[in-house]
Design a protein around this ligand. Structure first.
Ligand SMILES: Nc1ncnc2c1ncn2[C@@H]1O[C@H](COP(=O)(O)OP(=O)(O)OP(=O)(O)O)[C@@H](O)[C@H]1O
Ligand SMILES: [Mg+2]
Length: 476
């Protein structure tokens, strides 16, 4: 890409020249369009335009037409307008420039333009791709899940993902798709539990016009929409028995028909199913077909609950906060004490619950630091009290214990009723001096070294606090 250039759209050559001179003075390259009708718009493609300065162009209709074209080609290219009448563009980033243009004003405006361009670039990053690629965690269980994903992704086998609600089953499904040869095809998710039984069939297979009351036009179903890609059948355990029969047939014969049609359509999809239910129990109760279970369960992947892999919690926090920062411009931090308390919680809602909590904390403490006392009450678990029962309580992972110490000594919190700062600091000082004296067997010069104080300064403090003891040697 070529060097960045400021485009000057101005029919007034005098005005354009003075603008070019100022921009040249701050080392910016310019290119002028004095007549949009004759300018070679193919040049547009090959430049990294920083902004466009829009001045006078007559007739006004010509100016409007040029700006409309510009907006169409580059809806995010900043416009600096000189003409007193602002361009009639909706939703386009624009800054006014006062006439005559002065150096400081221009530099300040260009600084704002630069900030805008940086943030626009951030927004443009294909973050979503990263999102479902990232299955955050370094616990043994998650590493194992990653290994299973890499083993199965390349094969076209059906996959069944099991695990409690909020453990990341959809994240896994998207990963399988992403790492498969179908990654350029669509990933289509259907929540089989949320769609009423009688609608699910047409949702999955589509329907022809007039197939049932209300079918005013024909429509393709999710199997067709996912052609060449992956169909994610979420909450498969909630599918009605009659629908299970229909799905089983498609899995066996690899063809399906739209409702109201007898034309067979090949099912060119990879099936990934998920459920938070225990399907064996469903089978025992006659709610799930065993034959369908075996069809789906070719390659099972079990998602561990969060409470069994709390060592992943700090990494998950980092990821969730990074997402908040990127998507919402919000942020929050947690003290090690708060993180350790969260590690003791039993997380019935798993990662989803964690993400919701962090979002809530970011609203309550925008860009603040959340300490143990700031957590909602039920999360303030002390070892052995509430939350997890002792048997299910995870031991704090060494990495976390280290984290607790990583911030140095924990900082005292201001009590609600306040405190006498002078007295408090004196107590801290006395306490540390006593420790230093003990550690140096009462030799003041050594204690002074430990405290990074001059010997005389320490002697003064000893006198002030009445700490001169018989065993303390204040001799030089
Ligand atoms: N390992 C992980 N790394 C990063 N984000 C995760 C991870 N696991 C879960 N999440 C996030 O937690 C939330 C819940 O994940 P997901 O929807 O995949 O769970 P689920 O198991 O499908 O839940 P449910 O059964 O409730 O549908 C999502 O926002 C997801 O991005
Ligand atoms: Mg889900």
């Amino acid at each position: 890409m070529a060097q960045s250039i400021i485009l000057i759209l101005d029919g007034d050559s005098h005005e354009a020249e003075s603008l070019k001179a100022i921009l040249g003075f701050i080392d910016l390259q310019t290119e002028q369009i004095s007549d949009p009708a004759t300018w070679d718009w193919s040049r547009w493609e090959n430049q990294d335009w920083t902004a466009v300065c829009v001045g006078r162009l007559d007739p006004p209709a010509l100016r409007d037409a040029s700006l409309a074209r510009l907006h169409q080609q580059a809806p995010r290219l900043p416009i600096l307008w000189l003409d007193p009448a602002p361009p009639s563009l909706i939703d386009h980033p624009m800054w006014p420039l006062q006439q005559p243009v002065r150096h400081e004003q221009l530099v300040e405006t260009l600084r704002q333009v630069d900030l805008y361009r940086q943030s626009a670039r951030l927004k443009d990053r294909p973050r979503n791709v990263e999102l479902f690629r990232s299955l955050v965690g370094n616990s043994r269980a998650i590493r194992n899940v990653r290994k299973l994903i890499s083993q199965v992704a390349g094969a076209d086998a059906n996959v069944l993902i099991l695990g409690e609600s909020g453990t990341g089953k959809e994240v896994v499904a998207r990963n399988i798709h992403y790492y498969s040869s179908r990654r350029n095809g669509p990933f289509i998710a259907v929540n089989c539990g949320a769609i009423p039984g009688e609608l699910l069939e047409s949702e999955l297979f589509g329907h022809e016009k007039g197939a049932f009351t209300g079918a005013v036009s024909s429509r393709e179903g999710r199997f067709e929409a996912a052609r060449g890609g992956t169909l994610f059948l979420d909450e498969i355990g909630d599918m009605s028995l009659p629908m299970q029969v229909k799905l089983l047939r498609v899995l066996q014969e690899r063809v399906f028909e739209r409702v109201g049609s007898n034309r067979s359509i090949p099912a060119d999809v990879r099936i990934v199913a998920a459920t938070h239910r225990v399907l064996e129990e469903q089978i025992a109760r006659g709610q799930f077909r065993e034959d369908l279970y075996y069809r789906l369960n070719v390659f099972p992947i079990e998602m561990p609950p969060l409470r069994e892999r709390v060592e992943d919690l700090p990494l998950l926090l980092e990821e969730i906060i990074a997402r908040l920062e990127h998507d919402r411009g919000a942020s929050v931090r947690l003290t090690p004490a708060a993180v350790i308390a969260l590690c003791q919680w039993r997380w019935p809602g798993n990662v989803r619950e964690l993400a919701n909590l962090i979002e809530r904390l970011a609203i309550l403490h925008p860009f603040g630091t959340v300490d143990l006392a700031d957590l909602p009450e039920n999360y303030r678990v002390q070892p052995g009290i509430g939350g997890a029962t002792p048997t299910e309580m995870p031991t704090v992972h060494p990495a976390l214990a280290q984290l607790a110490g990583s911030d140095g000594p924990s900082l005292p919190r201001l009590p609600r009723e306040g405190l006498d700062l002078k007295q408090h600091l004196a107590e801290v000082e006395i306490n540390l001096i006593r420790q230093a004296l003990d550690a140096s067997d009462g030799v003041v010069s050594q204690a002074a070294k430990l405290l990074r104080l001059g010997r005389t300064t320490l002697v003064e403090k000893l006198r002030k606090y009445g700490l001169v003891r018989s065993d303390v040697s204040t001799d030089p």
